[in-house]
Design a protein around this ligand. Structure first.
Ligand SMILES: [Zn+2]
Length: 375
């Protein structure tokens, strides 16, 4: 396999060439008149795969009209039935009754119009002016717009959910498109996405499904990866209409560190009170846990020393708190009243060393959870 210079449009990974097809139509849209035939020539299309995220994609540039949504299948009854059943399920699953949904790339509103009759507020964006006008004249709330950057702001936002039907495979910057949508969704917002399935093309061995208009050929895995690195988790995924991948996604929650913040002060106070109640106390464990505890809780001036069995740490000082690090042998000579073990992986082993080789009246504490425990 040959390496391409171009990088993956999803994850910026390295691309490998898979195959070339010569004399392909340059686009599926610009169908020439007789007088234009002299300037219409076939092009070479190069299919590549990203070695990092496995997304199959063209090395070729995107067609010039990739921002426009040009659909032919909008009025088929098969499509109408599919969309309506998807809408019903999506609205139910994501509790979208009375909420705002935006279709980003809605064409003349073929699919947006099918939301009528559902208890939601539908909005759409479309790049091509003529299509926006057609959508508006059909009574739809469609804005002439396209997200060129992640911090793009859509009119009438934020939205509770978004929809994107067979548009992502045209996008040369799919992560920008998805991040812009992410930034216009409420916390916990949902999305409904469809793309043509690459698994289907592989199964049918159908080279004729490849067209320059589709710069990306998503599989379940590569689409999930793109959605994940754009801030979404996939809630549901399936194949619909034989050849299409459908996914329902949700904006990923940021981790809740409220508990850590809350307990930080409590742990510090508890440790400080304990340390102050002894005239000679040591911390056992010259690792990151012990260092952080000593430097961030204000106990440094009350701690006699840090004990550690590793010779290369002995004789040095704890970063930030500057408490001296000594060997267990040295510590035995210090007449310690208490030791706090801060080495979660080795607590039992250390406790055993203290019990069997130190003065028997030494009080032993451990910090393994969010509480100081006396052994
Ligand atoms: Zn990639």
């Amino acid at each position: 396999m040959e390496k391409c210079m171009k990088k993956c449009i999803s994850c910026n990974g390295s691309l490998h060439e898979l195959m070339k097809i010569e004399n392909m139509p340059a686009s599926a849209q610009d169908i020439p008149h007789k007088g234009e035939l002299y300037k219409d020539v076939g092009i070479e299309v190069v299919l590549c795969v990203c070695e990092d995220c496995n997304l199959v994609q063209l090395k070729n540039d995107a067609v010039h009209y990739y921002r426009d949504v040009i659909r032919a299948g909008g009025y088929s009854t098969t499509m109408e039935e599919l969309r309506k059943s998807e809408y019903g399920h999506f609205i139910e699953l994501a509790s979208l009754k009375g909420k705002k949904i935006i279709e980003v790339g809605c064409g003349r509103g073929e699919f947006l119009g099918m939301l009528k009759g559902f208890p939601v507020e539908g909005y759409g964006t479309e790049h091509k002016k003529e299509l926006v006008e057609l959508a508006k004249s059909a009574g739809l709330r469609v804005d002439e717009d396209f997200p060129e950057s992640e911090d793009h702001i859509f009119k009438d936002g934020p939205f509770d959910a978004f929809m994107s039907f067979n548009f992502l495979e045209h996008q040369p910057h799919p992560r920008t498109y998805l991040k812009a949508i992410y930034n216009n969704l409420v916390e916990g917002g949902y999305g409904l996405i469809t793309v043509p399935s690459f698994e289907y093309i592989l199964k049918q061995n159908s080279f004729y499904e490849i067209i320059p208009d589709h710069i990306a050929y998503y599989s379940f895995d590569s689409l999930t990866h793109l959605l994940n690195i754009s801030g979404f988790e996939v809630i549901e995924s399936k194949t619909v209409n034989r050849d299409t991948i459908e996914m329902i996604v949700k904006k990923r929650k940021l981790p809740d560190v409220g508990g850590i913040i809350l307990r930080k002060t409590d742990i510090a106070n508890e440790v400080l009170d304990t340390v102050k109640s002894y005239s000679k106390i040591a911390v056992w464990g010259a690792s990151h846990q012990g260092f952080t505890l000593c430097s961030t809780t204000g106990i440094a001036k009350y701690v006699d020393c840090i004990i550690d069995s590793a010779p290369f740490k002995q004789g040095k000082f704890a970063p930030a708190s500057h408490i001296g690090i000594i060997s267990p042998d040295e510590a035995r000579k210090r007449k310690l009243e208490a030791i706090i073990i801060v080495a979660p992986g080795y607590t039992n082993e250390i406790a055993n060393i203290i019990k069997t080789t130190f003065d028997s009246d030494i009080d032993i504490y451990t910090l393994m959870t969010d509480k100081l425990k006396r052994l």
